[in-house]
Write a new protein. Structure first.
Lengths: 458, 317
């Protein structure tokens, strides 16, 4: 940390990852180890943890190499300690010279589906933990199934507690073989498997001398070099831009612009469409189509806070000026011309049910897609996913933590696309119109089959 | 002799991908924050921004000016004034508000103490007293969304808070009843009496904030940079000598080169010994620092491990 200067920081990229594991897999210890060994834990926090650890018998004369209880570094709120519960996802931050990391720390037990879906929805990678003594469990299968469904671009499996099986290669290889078999059944490609001891630090930040048979990089090395979702998909997915606001200041110019006479008049007719590039990229001169209206125009300018850009890529927030004055409002999507199929008023989608209020056929809900919210009617629940077999069984409703498919009729057509090919425009929220709570994460599917996404399995 | 290169569409695309502007972590955090600010402005009737003149709120206002350029920032700012603020920070606040042509709402802790609705605490600290004037100002102005500069790296209660955080009619945060936040789709629906606190810079760390301030050349109150000041040591922190912060007979006053990492209530905000006189010095200092921001400078967070958790549940920022 002391070697940090500004030069490498300016190049550092952002990487979001989540952790998933069963109870007692040592997830808190692993997260604590990453934070500790990457020096993200500062002196005052470490002091408090060291004191508590000593109270609990760590760092005694009994030959324990561990001075502190690493799990304490991720200790939760007092409300959680008092009630013995864990309140969903906690976000943690650490940085190396190459990358800034945002870690979504998802609790492993009850509600693991809800938490894994939430953490995985924004993750560039997910680290799944396995206890080397237990191997691949049902819950591992479930975790991997959820990650496959949400199309997490990078899946890592940390085979933890490798010290407790005496760093034996045969045990690791057997687990690795099992994992690759399960991953193949589910349709996950490129699962990376790493033997680690979170407690002792083997292969977490530094490569271990205890596992000479493992020649791969440490977990942190892998996380430092994996491509982020946007880096991976920028060149693959076509341009999509949900319009958040129409920027049309007229009289209400920023004071410094209004004061400069000439500038003030040149901005009088300014009109641009503000939003975040959801996928792909856009350049000045590109032909675009506005959805759902289907009107077309050319990109006349890309503005960002007074700067003119030639090109914008996901996930930049910019404003687009168009060659034509056409009717565009919040909720519309600007897309690269010729890359979009048809807007849809009937949806077929996977729903990850996140509410204790169950889903019933005939329910009226709100669907939030991009920057638009419309009413929807759940016409039919068509199946429920068995996460162990990754097969669908008949169902007429969904409960908390269930994943199933449903047909939804929308009050007006939306420019939705298949999640398997378009992560951003294929995702939506299901919202309770009564209390406003989020009921489900929705992933648009093609009906009746589904495109397999094989872009990463070359 | 040059080699003939045929430009296949695929090759062109691959080249474009390579040439894509590399977005660094600050670019991505900035775009995320602007997206959130725009979402809140689009979906809420009466948003406001908490603005104290402190660096996180100055950063928030800077992001808001970028989000709506060339238009002006389309919401008022709200300051909960403890009456114990550093005079230079209040001066900076007023100057910034005027420069950007904004409306400033002030909720005054002093006013509530004078009217007997709040009682001064035995330790003289007024940070915990901000909750009542804050909720009063929100209700009086019928604000339905309030932007704050809270960051998740500050504290473990904040680590679990959503970017859009729903508050009930008493302003309370219920950590067990939070909406899952998926992708970049934010659900801000609320009923009458409820409001939403929006934290667009949730994912920034203290170092990110300083690097961004340096990159964007954002002006801050001078006390964030090293300066000479009369201070005395209390609870392992350097306290400024002032109206509301007087040394006890046993506490020796010395002239020292210090700077502030947070600027809150003068009576409980400590300075750190520092010779970082420029923003680049501060970036280097923060990068190498071995103390978290709140632990080093906020006496009120030291009182108990769950201090922030308790205040948040009661409706604090």
């Amino acid at each position: 940390m002391s070697t940090i200067t500004e030069a490498p920081l300016a190049q550092s990229t952002l990487f979001r990852f989540a952790t998933a594991g069963s109870v007692d897999d040592g997830k808190s210890t692993l997260v604590g180890r990453l934070l500790h060994d990457s020096k993200a834990i500062l002196a005052d926090t470490l002091d408090a943890v060291t004191r508590t650890s000593a109270d609990r018998g760590f760092g005694g004369e009994n030959g324990s190499t561990q001075k502190i209880d690493l799990a304490l570094l991720t200790d939760g709120l007092r409300a959680e300690r008092e009630q013995g519960i864990t309140i969903d996802v906690a976000y943690r931050y650490f940085a190396t010279d190459r990358r800034s990391f945002i870690l979504a720390d998802c609790p492993g037990h009850v509600q693991y589906t809800k938490n894994t879906v939430t953490g995985a929805s924004t993750a560039d990678a997910v680290v799944v933990l396995i206890d080397a003594r237990k191997g691949v469990l049902e819950q591992t299968r479930r975790h991997l199934s959820v990650l496959r469904l949400l199309r997490v671009p990078n899946v890592l499996v940390a085979v933890n507690k490798i010290d407790l099986v005496d760093f034996r290669e045969d045990i690791f290889r057997a687990i690795e073989t099992d994992l690759h078999k399960v991953a193949a059944e589910i349709g996950l490609s490129d699962v990376v498997v790493v033997p680690v001891s979170a407690l002792e630090g083997d292969n977490v930040v530094e490569p271990s001398t205890h596992t000479p048979w493992y020649t791969g990089p440490s977990l942190l090395d892998i996380l430092e070099t994996l491509p982020s979702t946007d880096e991976l998909e920028r060149g693959l997915e076509p341009f999509r831009f949900p319009v958040q606001l129409v920027v049309r200041p007229q009289g209400a110019l920023a004071p410094e612009l209004a004061d400069a006479d000439d500038a003030g008049s040149s901005f009088r007719d300014y009109r641009a469409y503000a939003g975040q590039v959801a996928s792909g990229s856009v350049s000045v001169g590109d032909d675009i189509t506005v959805l759902p209206s289907g009107r077309t125009a050319t990109v006349a300018g890309i503005d960002f806070a007074g700067r003119s850009l030639d090109r914008a890529v996901a996930p930049q927030s910019v404003s687009l000026r168009l060659s034509e004055e056409i009717d565009i409002a919040r909720g519309d999507v600007i897309a690269q011309t010729g890359t979009f199929g048809e807007v849809r008023q009937d949806l077929y989608a996977e729903l990850c049910w996140l509410s204790t209020k169950p889903l019933r056929e005939g329910s009226k809900v709100l669907i939030k897609h991009g920057s638009k919210t419309v009413q929807g009617l759940i016409r039919a629940v068509t199946g429920k996913l068995d996460l162990e077999s990754f097969a669908y069984e008949a169902a007429s409703g969904l409960e908390l933590n269930d994943i199933g498919t449903a047909q939804i009729r929308l009050a007006s057509a939306l420019p939705v696309e298949t999640y398997a090919l378009h992560r951003r425009t294929g995702a939506f929220l299901v919202i309770d119109p009564q209390d406003g709570n989020t009921l489900a994460a929705g992933l648009v599917r093609d009906h009746p089959g589904d495109h397999e996404d094989e872009r990463y399995s070359i | 002799m040059s080699t003939q290169i045929t430009e296949t569409p695929l090759a062109v695309e691959a080249l474009e991908t390579l040439e894509a502007p590399a977005l660094n972590s600050l670019d991505i955090l900035e775009s995320e924050a602007i997206h959130i600010i725009r979402e809140v402005v689009a979906e809420f009737e009466r948003p406001a921004l908490l603005f104290s003149g402190g660096k996180d709120s100055v950063l928030m206002l800077h992001l808001a000016t970028k989000a709506f350029w060339p238009g002006k920032v389309p919401f008022p700012v709200l300051h909960v004034d403890t009456g114990h603020n550093f005079p230079e920070v209040i001066e900076f606040r007023d100057r910034t508000v005027e420069r950007l042509g904004l409306r400033l709402e002030v909720g005054s802790v002093q006013h509530f103490i004078d009217s007997g609705e709040l009682a001064e605490r035995a330790d003289g600290t007024r940070n915990p007293l901000q909750t009542v004037p804050l909720l009063d100002a929100i209700a009086r102005n019928r604000f339905d969304a309030v932007f704050g500069g809270g960051r998740r790296d500050e504290d473990k209660a904040r680590a679990k808070e959503r970017i859009l955080s729903l508050r009930d009619e008493f302003g309370q945060w219920d950590p067990r009843n939070q909406r899952p936040e998926l992708w970049n789709l934010y659900n801000g629906r609320h009923t009458v009496g409820q409001h939403v606190r929006a934290f667009p810079i949730s994912n920034w760390t203290e170092l990110d904030v300083w690097r961004y301030i340096a990159r964007e050349n954002i002006e801050l109150p001078g006390l964030y940079y090293a300066h000479e000041r009369e201070v005395f040591e209390r609870d392992g922190m350097w306290r400024a000598v002032g109206e509301v912060s007087k040394p006890r007979p046993t506490e020796e006053v010395v002239l020292k080169q210090v700077r502030y990492r947070t600027v809150g209530d003068m009576s409980c905000t400590g300075a750190v010994a520092s010779d970082a006189t420029t923003v680049h010095d501060v970036v280097r200092e923060v990068a190498a620092s071995t103390l978290t921001e709140r632990g080093a400078t906020r006496a009120d967070d030291r009182i108990s491990e769950a201090a922030m958790e308790d205040r948040k549940k009661d409706g604090y920022f």
